[in-house]
Design a protein around this ligand. Structure first.
Ligand SMILES: Cc1cc2nc3c(=O)[nH]c(=O)nc-3n(C[C@H](O)[C@H](O)[C@H](O)COP(=O)(O)OP(=O)(O)OC[C@H]3O[C@@H](n4cnc5c(N)ncnc54)[C@H](O)[C@@H]3O)c2cc1C
Length: 433
């Protein structure tokens, strides 16, 4: 390896949710971790979904987030019908990222404010930091968000821009969030409850002619106004444009440089689940790193490559199809360019591939005791990605034994009465026994 200023077990590039969470968890496991981020995020609001919030609370991370709103329903006026099935916690992303990086530092990670360029090197990776220093590490997690896609083979969805900015209002200050479609896209309006209003429009990148981003944003707000609570007047400030087209990196994963979060696949923001997938991608990358450290060699490298590659592609396709089906519910604008270009993306396949009844058993790579391993899983209509354990019981084995005549007592003798009961209940609920 070349001469370096810092030596680490892992360098994490990017301190958004994926990178900061990965760095924190790795440091807690005792790894020497360097987390690098230039800390240049512009102020903007996003919503933390209920599932991610539950996870952050369980990890003690919710308490780190400084300016979190209480839970607000995500009110959607879609296809002419108002609903508020989903909820979210509004959070300012620049301060959220900073807080998660502080939590990583508290766990023992070295946090560096800089950008990094990394390349595989003999025996590991070698990173050059913008502050002039060099880091040598055994492995890296690439969590640079969409910046990681530059210069790589990437499968992209219809070119989509998000234009966002801030308005200010006086009067009642109740936190709320609203989604509304209009002829040329959809808007998301978020009020954290302090007088600020984050206004954001998702628009087709190929439309808009010579209009400026601010003009396009204001036109979008005017077009969607009938479905929104009244907005304050004025011109949005701090307007910035972000690429939000679905994008899947298609290069072969190098086991020294594992992608996580948007660096692996960027999802359509309509789902409101991008940060959840970023964090779950970080957990997957950590399981791969753990396996590579515990059992070095070609077999683990192959396992890590396949596990992450399949997981990232499946998540991307599933999210894209869910987004497509949601867009298809809105039929009023289907002939307009924004809608027409998205109603067949990524394809016309159903979200859930049909599992052949009464259940399909296949082999898959799963996380077992924190490490990657190939196991049999049971695919059901409810769990299209498959299930390996229920209440700690290897469900394929339990199912086979049951069908071979083993009763509840035999299963209880093997796995304990409570776990066996939960496993049998789970099989019954799916009409598999
Ligand atoms: C318009 C829009 C709205 C969205 N709304 C929501 C929402 O409401 N809810 C939700 O859950 N998700 C939402 N998302 C998705 C969400 O923003 C992302 O999925 C999530 O931020 C991905 O996290 P990440 O850590 O992978 O990447 P990012 O959050 O993008 O973080 C990447 C980090 O890498 C750093 N970086 C870049 N280059 C380098 C380098 N060379 N060296 C070191 N560091 C580098 C950056 O500074 C950044 O901090 C939205 C996305 C968009 C575009």
């Amino acid at each position: 390896m070349r001469t370096s200023d810092i030596t680490a077990d892992c360098i994490v590039l990017g301190g958004g949710p994926a990178g900061a969470v990965a760095a924190r968890l790795l440091a807690r496991e005792g790894a020497r971790v360097v987390l690098v981020d230039p800390d240049r995020a512009l102020p903007r609001l996003e919503g933390i979904s209920d599932r991610l919030m539950t996870w952050l609370q369980g990890e003690g991370l919710a308490a780190w987030l400084p300016d979190l709103s209480s839970r607000v329903p995500r009110r959607a006026t879609w296809a002419g019908t108002a609903s508020d099935h989903n909820g979210e916690h509004l959070v300012e992303r620049a301060s959220m990222n900073a807080a998660l990086r502080a939590a990583a530092a508290e766990a023992g990670a070295t946090v560096v404010t800089a950008s990094a360029q990394v390349a595989p090197d003999r025996g590991g990776v070698f990173a050059r930091l913008s502050d002039g220093r060099a880091v040598a590490a055994a492995r890296a997690i690439d969590a640079r968000g969409r910046a990681a896609h530059a210069g790589r083979p990437v499968r992209r969805g219809p070119a989509t821009l998000a234009v966002g900015g801030w308005l200010t209002e006086s009067g009642d200050r109740v936190a709320s969030a609203q989604v509304a479609p209009f002829a040329d896209g959809w808007v998301w309006i978020a009020r954290p409850g302090d007088g600020r209003v984050w206004v954001q429009a998702a628009l087709d990148a190929r439309e808009g002619g010579s209009a400026s981003p601010t003009e396009r944003l204001m036109a979008a707000l005017a077009a969607a106004a009938a479905d929104l609570d009244p907005l304050p007047g004025g011109t949005p400030e701090g307007v910035h444009v972000r690429d939000c087209a679905p994008a899947l990196r298609e290069d072969i994963i190098d086991p020294r440089l594992l992608p996580a979060g948007d660096a692996a696949a960027g999802m359509d923001p309509l789902s409101g689940n991008g940060m959840l997938w970023a964090v779950s991608g970080a957990l997957a990358a950590i399981a791969a790193l753990r396996t590579l450290a515990a059992r070095p060699g070609a077999a683990s490298e192959d396992l890590a490559r396949r596990f992450l590659g399949e997981r990232i592609r499946e998540t991307y396709e599933r999210q894209a199809r869910l987004g497509r089906d949601f867009l298809r519910q809105e039929t009023r604008f289907r002939d307009r360019p924004f809608w027409a270009r998205r109603l067949g993306f990524p394809d016309n396949a159903p979200v859930h591939a049909e599992a052949s009844a009464p259940g399909t058993v296949r082999r898959a790579i799963v996380v077992d005791g924190g490490l990657l391993a190939e196991r049999e899983i049971l695919v059901t209509a409810e769990e299209p990605a498959g299930v390996a354990w229920v209440a700690g019981v290897p469900i394929v084995e339990a199912w086979r034994r049951w069908r071979a005549g083993a009763g509840e007592a035999a299963l209880a003798a093997e796995w304990g009465p409570e776990a066996a009961g939960a496993a049998i209940g789970w099989l019954r609920a799916r009409a598999l026994v």
